[in-house]
Design a protein around this ligand. Structure first.
Ligand code: V47
Ligand code: SF4
Length: 374
């Protein structure tokens, strides 16, 4: 790929600044935040795709990963007031739910029949549920399904659990790990810029604490993911600052498995007047993320958020992971207006999506160990 990319770069008419950055990327040199800004402002979408594919292939060759998973959302009752959220309800409000531990174990039992390897558990920040509720929940799931990998709780939920119990992040994460937590998803990151964060999610865990919790998780042996919420009032500089903070932490801990750009969806929330990003912008964003975050092994296109067609397109813009089968078990994005109102994908559908663009479908577990190559 390197030779092929160099040849293309030599032959096309390019802005000299972009040519210098392209050469850096081809030889595997880290790009600076200033370079990333130039790439965001570069109108040659195809070029960013070629460069991101080059970087992607250095990480994972032709492989595109997916897993067999399902979500549990224990509650949508939440003490926070993120203005982009379409999911949160007050306790007495119509549409609020809270599942008991018994109900959660029943959900696990039902899905186990479908040969899944991971449960992804994320919910609202419930006012009365403390860390001991969640450690009991983890233990009950593990008792029923010891082989099922539990990826659970955003840093925002962990923050609240530790505050309620008056313990520090180290103690809280150790308790969760001892009870069965094996990895953490990347939610709650939103945008790290403090001014914008205060505007869009005023009472959420601070950026500093989000990063501290992930650092502590990595030190405790809990790998995590990271996200960005984009397309909502931020500038390119904000996106780059966000990724730069993640890149610096990853240099220190190497505990992030995947980065997941989450496109803002506008239905049923306080920002419904804001226009959503175009598909071109989404693809460019995947590409720049892949190139900038040279130390995070995987870039995930979360298809319940962007739809299967754009997820397939993203495979030519640096993405090497399509998350999983989901099995119609999450509501966060359908409530916010995603085209996937009942998100589920069969294994053969995911394989076909990947094979159709001449890439190699690979069934993985949560930690990217290969289960099957198709
Ligand atoms: O933090 C909420 C986002 C996140 C909206 O780690 C919205 O594998 C867009 O983090 N428009 C939670 N985004 C979900 C999440 C996630 C999803 C899939 C995989 C993984 C993983 C993590 O959802 C929140 C927030 O950024 N979100 N509302 C909205 N209207
Ligand atoms: Fe609560 Fe999460 Fe919604 Fe924010 S995004 S209001 S933390 S459920």
């Amino acid at each position: 790929m390197g030779k092929y990319v160099s040849t293309i770069i030599k032959q096309i008419n390019l802005d000299p600044g972009i040519r210098v950055i392209a050469k850096k990327i081809i030889v595997g040199k880290r790009i600076t935040p200033e370079d990333a800004l130039k790439l965001y402002n570069c109108s040659n979408l195809a070029l960013t795709g070629i460069l991101a594919t080059h970087v992607k292939e250095n990480h994972s060759g032709k492989n595109v990963y997916f897993n067999k998973n399902f979500h549990i959302e224990p509650t949508n009752i939440c003490v926070n007031h993120c203005k982009f959220c379409s999911y949160r309800r007050r306790p007495e409000q119509k549409g609020a739910w809270e599942c008991s531990i018994d109900e959660i174990v029943e959900m696990v039992k039902d899905r186990l029949l479908k040969d899944v390897s991971e449960v992804h558990i994320v919910g609202g920040v419930h006012p009365n549920r403390d860390i001991y509720f969640y450690t009991d929940m983890l233990k009950a799931i593990k008792k029923e399904a010891p082989q099922l990998h539990i990826k659970a709780f955003t840093a925002v939920e962990v923050d609240q659990m530790c505050k309620m119990a008056n313990i520090d992040f180290h103690q809280g994460l150790n308790l969760l790990k001892e009870s069965g937590l094996e990895s953490m998803p990347g939610g709650g990151a939103e945008i790290f810029d403090e001014i914008l964060r205060a505007e869009i999610c005023p009472d959420k865990t601070s950026s500093t604490d989000w990063l501290k919790i992930h650092e502590e998780a990595h030190k405790t042996g809990i790998p995590t993911n990271a996200t960005i919420l984009y397309g909502l009032k931020e500038s390119y500089e904000h996106r780059i600052d966000h990724m730069n903070r993640l890149r610096k932490l990853q240099d220190k801990t190497n505990g992030f498995n995947a980065f997941i750009p989450l496109k803002f969806r506008r239905d049923n929330n306080l920002y419904s007047h804001i226009k959503e990003t175009t598909v071109i912008e989404d693809l460019k964003n995947y590409a720049v993320s892949r190139i900038f975050l040279d130390n995070i092994p995987h870039i995930k296109a979360y298809w319940p958020m962007i739809g299967k067609e754009v997820a397939q397109l993203s495979l030519s813009f640096g993405v090497d992971d399509l998350d999983g089968t989901i099995d119609d078990s999450t509501r966060i994005y359908s409530m916010a207006g995603s085209e996937e109102q009942n998100p589920k994908a069969t294994t053969s559908e995911l394989i076909e999506m990947i094979k159709d663009v001449n890439l190699q479908p690979v069934l993985r577990d949560t930690l990217y160990n290969i289960i099957e190559i198709y």
